[in-house]
Each structure stands twice: as C-alpha cells, then as structure tokens.
Design a protein around this ligand. Structure first.
Ligand code: SF4
Length: 394
C-alpha cells in the first residue's frame, strides 16, 4: 500500500544562484537546481501525495525530498520517526539548577520566580560535586561536555557554583575530558569575588538584560517591585572588567516591546557585551500573545538586524547578533535532526534535590522526570517522554 506524504513546514527563498529551500523544523537549507524547483512547483499543492502516482522523472526528485525530510509521511496514527536515536545517549550537557529561588519577579518568568512551582531551595554543594562527577562519567565518547549553571538565580548559591566548577575541572582532568561552563544570571548579585571566580574558570556568562532602563525595568522588577536595571548593569560592569570568557546579553521581550528590538540590541552592544540574543517572551499569560501587527514589527526589526549583519559581513566584520550566528552555525553543520531540540538527547537538567528532567524548562513537571542522581536517568523513561512529545503529523 502506498504511503501518503505531506510537505514539511518549509520556505522558498531567492538565492544568488537560484531558489533556496529552508526546512523550518530541521533548520536545513538546500539549493534547488532548476529541475528540483520545477518538480516542487508542480507538486507543492498536492497533499496527500502518493509517490508512486508521480511519473518516473518527478518521482526521483520527490524521493530526494523525502530523504531530506521535506516530504514526510502522514496518516491516521502515523507519528514522526522516534526522536530517540539510542536509548543510551551519552550525556553532553547537564543543566544544574543551582538555586530554585530568585531575587527578581520577572513578568514573563516561566519558572514561577525561579522556584519552578515549589518551595524556594538551594542545591547543596555536595550534591553539586556529585552532579559534576556524573556529567564526566556519563559522557561516553564525548571529549568535551558542558555544565550549565542555572536557576532561578544561580548566584544566590555561590558555594554550589564553586563546588560544581572545581569538581568538574578535577574530574575532567582525571578522565581527559574538557568541561566547558556557562552560567545564566540576572546580573544583580555579581560581586567582585564572583566575577573573579567566573573569569578565572572561563565560565561563559549570559546576563539577562532587556535593554534600556525603561524596557528592562518594565519586565524585570525586584520582588519589592523596584527596577533591577541599575543593579544588573553594575554586575555586568564587574563581569566585563576582566573577562576571560565571552559575556553575552540574553534579551526577552514581550510583544508590546518587539518594535524596539533594534534599539535594545544597540543599547546592549553599547554596554560592552560580546553578543546579544533576543527571544520573544513565552506566552505565560494571554497578555503575551502577540497581535499580527506585533508579529510584523518583530519581523521588521529582525529583518533590519539581518541586513546590518549582511552589511557587516561584506566589510569582513561580524555583527554579534546571536540569533543569526546560532542559526548560521546550525545550517553550516547541516545535521538533519529528528527532534526539534536536544532535550533528553544527551541533554538533561538536574534539580536541587538531585532529580533528572528532560530539560531545564521541564523541571518540576513530574511527567518529564526521568530518574535521579543515585541511579541515573532511566533510558526507557527518556524514550517514553520523547515519544510522547513527538507530535503526530496528522
Ligand atoms: S531572573 Fe530568571 S528566574 Fe528570576 S524571576 Fe527573572 S526570569 Fe525568573
């Protein structure tokens, strides 16, 4: 029986030497030759598409689209292929919830003020050391792994940050594994000592900063309701004093501020950060659902930044706009991925109680708890979670 196919989400773009096809889900990019472009034009509106109904020359090209996962199978009960290439994916990234607590009360926080819907708590340094050892031990053939120090606000718990970094370095040296570190902070609790430690251990720091004071303070008040821009900027200045690893700004903008994305970018570059990434706020309430006009505004702002990126590239320079840099790196690697993100696929999060979750955004969500530090993540449970998350095509 023939398998019916549908076109995966894709965009056609004009390239310098013909059409380009961008696969949205895989972040893949293909140059279409004349024949492929003609076949696509003939069949693009046909769904479901049965390959054996196409004449032989077209069928060969359609088979190419199928292999590139631009054409995907559809039908009742048919799901994406399993996103779990192996039940025992070696660990390459561990996100450590150093503090499930925070001194801010950001309007768009998906983690309920850093607590992940539980009581505020901190990771014990001893557990941080065990987690660091586990990352190195579970890394299998990887010669390089990443430990992400996260929260809440991780600098509410500097003893655990120090314990995790120092133990990971020691375990990495013993095993011949390079451990890279990153830390995401709201910037308000960065002391000279903390900045010195992070610099000395080459921890890449991302500071959550939303731009000029009025934009930032509207989004990121303290628990007492005051603005946090001034404190975050002081913390950033300490980090930039002697950076031995990049310091990036991570921006989160609700739809009402999307029209200011370019201005926010320029403000933060002016503060001296090495890279700026801008993300739309998660729709934690209806107020964060965008209108069509707001979506157009964001596209226009990002389009203008992309034009500036191209202009800089023509001059042999790099505009440090992380959104584009990350996208280009993924396209350049060209790996076709069967899952939209790395959650559970060599990437796990550990909460303050030593429980593994599929990713940091799912901490505290029981259906996505996949094991604990004592016995390790359970591959069968990881597989179940990933299978459940793979949305049916039809
Ligand atoms: S700093 Fe981060 S964890 Fe704290 S409230 Fe803001 S978004 Fe949530």
């Amino acid at each position: 029986m023939s398998i019916p196919y549908a076109w995966a989400d894709h965009r056609l773009l004009a390239g310098a030497e013909g059409q380009l096809l961008f696969g949205v889900e895989d972040v893949s990019l293909f140059h279409l030759g004349r024949e492929a472009a003609e076949v696509l034009a003939r069949w693009r509106a046909v769904e479901p598409l049965l390959l054996d109904q196409a004449p032989a020359p077209d069928r060969e090209v359609l088979e190419e689209f199928r292999r590139a996962r631009v054409l995907v199978p559809v039908g009742p009960g048919r799901r994406r292929p399993s996103p779990v290439p192996s039940a025992r994916e070696p660990l390459s990234t561990l996100v450590l919830e150093v503090a499930q607590d925070c001194n801010l009360a950001c309007r768009y926080c998906y983690a309920d003020g850093g607590t992940y819907r539980g009581a505020p708590r901190l990771l014990r340094p001893e557990l941080a050391r065990r987690a660091a050892r586990y990352l190195v031990e579970a890394s299998g053939p990887h010669s390089e792994v990443t430990l992400v120090l996260f929260g809440g606000e991780p600098l509410m718990n500097v003893p655990a940050v120090r314990a995790a970094v120092e133990e990971a370095e020691r375990a990495g040296r013993a095993a011949g594994t390079t451990v890279r570190f990153s830390l995401t902070t709201n910037g308000t609790l960065v002391t000279d000592e903390a900045a010195e430690f992070l610099g000395a251990h080459r921890v890449s720091v991302s500071v959550s900063l939303d731009g000029p004071p009025d934009v930032h303070d509207a989004n990121r008040p303290t628990r007492a309701g005051a603005g946090s821009y001034a404190a975050a900027r002081r913390g950033l200045a300490r980090l930039l004093r002697s950076p031995r690893a990049p310091v990036a700004a991570r921006v989160t903008l609700p739809p009402s501020q999307w029209g200011r994305a370019g201005e926010v970018f320029d403000h933060l570059i002016g503060l001296g950060v090495h890279e700026v990434g801008i993300a739309p706020a998660s729709p934690v309430t209806r107020a964060f659902l965008p209108t069509e006009e707001q979506e157009d505004l964001l596209l226009r702002e990002f389009g203008a930044l992309a034009d500036r990126f191209l202009g800089a590239a023509d001059r042999g320079q790099v505009l440090p706009f992380s959104n584009l840099l990350d996208l280009l790196a993924r396209i350049h690697v060209g790996a076709s991925r069967s899952a939209p993100c790395g959650a559970g696929l060599g990437y796990l999060a550990l909460d303050t109680e030593g429980r593994f979750y599929l990713c940091h955004r799912l901490v505290g969500e029981e259906p996505f708890r996949v094991g604990d530090l004592g016995s390790g993540p359970r591959p069968a449970r990881v597989r179940e979670c990933l299978e459940a998350m793979a949305a049916p095509r039809a």
